[in-house]
Design a protein around this ligand. Structure first.
Ligand code: PRT
Ligand code: ZN
Length: 283
C-alpha cells in the first residue's frame, strides 16, 4: 500500500501537540528539529515538517495526504481540503480589537476606519457580510503594535489569553472566527483504509483525553444511588471487596464535569476514590 504523508508544523505553537498526538497514536518516529521529513517505523507514514501557511496547499495539491493546521490558516488560503477531525488544541479566536479608549461602539462605526491584519481574506469576507467598508492594511507580523504607532485604527488578530491585546492598550471588539487545530485531507482520499485507521487511532486518543478512569469503594446498600450518577461506557464494573457489605466500582467520568461528579459521589457515600488518566478508548 502507498505510504501516506502527513504535514505538520515544523516549529511553533502547533508543533509539540501535533507530534504528541501522533506519538500517542502509537506511531514511532524521530522528531529531528533539523530534518524536513521523518519516517514512521511501524506504520506506512512519512511526516513532513513545514511552515503552517504551506500545509493546506500541500494537502490540496497531493504533496501531502493529510495535514494538521489551524482552521484560521485554511480559511485564509481558501483551499479545497476537507476536515477529517477536530483536534481540540491550538484554540484561539480571530478578533477585531480596538484601542481601549476608542470611540468605536458598533460594527457600523468601523466604516472608513483602517484595520491592520495578517488575515485580509477572512477579514474582507467578515466586513462584507456585515456591510462595513473599512480599509484593510495587510501586515505580516506584530499586528498588535499598529494602532499605537498610528498605522491603523483597529486590528484583526488571533487571541488566546488576551494578554497581548491588554499589554498593547487594546480591547477585544468583535469575534470574526473561532479556530482550533484540525486534521485535513482530500475528499478523494477520504476512504483510504490507512487514513481511516489513523483517524480511528486519533479518535481513541482524543476520547481518552476527555475522560478519567475512577475506582471507588462504596457500601453495597448505597450502590444503587451511585449507579445512577455513573454513566460509564456501558455500565460500571462492580467488584466485591474482602470486607463484606462493601464493593469497588470502576468507571469513567467525563473530564468536563469531573469535580461536580466527584462531589456527588462523595455525598452518596463513595470512599477511597482513585482517579487515573486513560491512554486510549477503543470502541
Ligand atoms: O513558522 P510558522 O509560519 O509555521 O508559524 P506561525 O508563526 O505562522 O504560527 P504560530 O506558531 O504562531 O501559530 C500556529 C497556529 O497556532 C495559528 O495558526 C493558530 O491556529 C494557533 N494559535 C493558537 C495561535 C494562537 N493561539 C495565538 N495566540 N497563533 C497565534 N497566536 C498569537 C497571536 O497572533 C498574538 O500575537 O499569540 C498572540 C496572542 O496571544 P494571547 O495569548 O496574548 O492572546
Ligand atoms: Zn505561519
Amino acid at each position: 500500500m502507498k505510504t501516506l504523508k502527513i504535514a505538520i508544523q515544523k516549529s511553533g505553537r502547533l508543533n509539540e501537540k501535533s507530534v504528541a498526538l501522533l506519538k500517542n497514536c502509537g506511531l514511532s518516529f524521530e522528531n529531528y528539529k533539523s530534518s524536513l521529513i521523518s519516517s514512521v517505523s511501524n506504520f506506512p507514514l512519512e511526516i513532513l515538517f513545514l511552515r503552517d501557511d504551506d500545509i493546506p496547499e500541500y494537502v490540496q495539491d497531493g504533496i501531502a495526504d493529510l495535514g494538521i493546521v489551524g482552521e484560521n490558516v485554511i480559511h485564509e488560503t481558501d483551499v479545497k481540503v476537507i476536515y477529517l477531525q477536530r483536534l481540540g488544541f491550538g484554540k484561539c479566536t480571530l478578533k477585531i480589537a480596538i484601542p481601549r479608549h476608542s470611540d468605536v461602539q458598533s460594527l457600523h462605526d468601523l466604516n472608513g476606519k483602517s484595520i491592520a491584519t495578517s488575515y485580509p481574506v477572512i477579514l474582507k469576507k467578515f466586513l462584507e457580510k456585515n456591510k462595513v467598508s473599512a480599509d484593510i492594511r495587510t501586515i505580516s507580523g506584530s499586528v498588535e503594535i499598529s494602532p499605537g504607532l498610528g498605522l491603523s485604527d483597529a486590528i484583526c488578530d488571533l487571541v488566546s489569553t488576551g494578554g497581548t491585546l491588554k499589554s498593547n492598550g487594546l480591547k477585544p471588539f468583535a469575534d470574526v472566527l473561532e479556530s482550533e487545530a484540525v486534521l485535513i485531507g482530500r475528499k478523494s482520499e477520504e476512504k483510504n483504509p490507512l487514513i481511516v485507521e489513523l483517524i480511528q487511532r486519533i479518535q481513541s486518543v482524543l476520547r481518552a483525553k476527555e475522560t478519567k478512569y475512577v475506582v471507588l469503594n462504596i457500601e453495597q446498600k448505597n450502590l444503587e444511588s451511585i449507579q445512577s450518577l455513573l454513566p460509564g461506557i456501558k455500565s460500571p464494573t462492580v467488584v466485591p471487596l474482602a470486607e463484606s457489605g462493601w464493593v469497588a466500582v470502576h468507571t469513567v467520568i467525563p473530564e468536563r464535569d469531573f469535580w461536580e461528579k466527584i462531589s456527588e459521589l462523595k455525598t452518596a457515600g463513595a470512599q477511597g476514590i482513585v482517579v487515573m488518566p486513560i491512554e486510549k478508548i477503543i470502541l
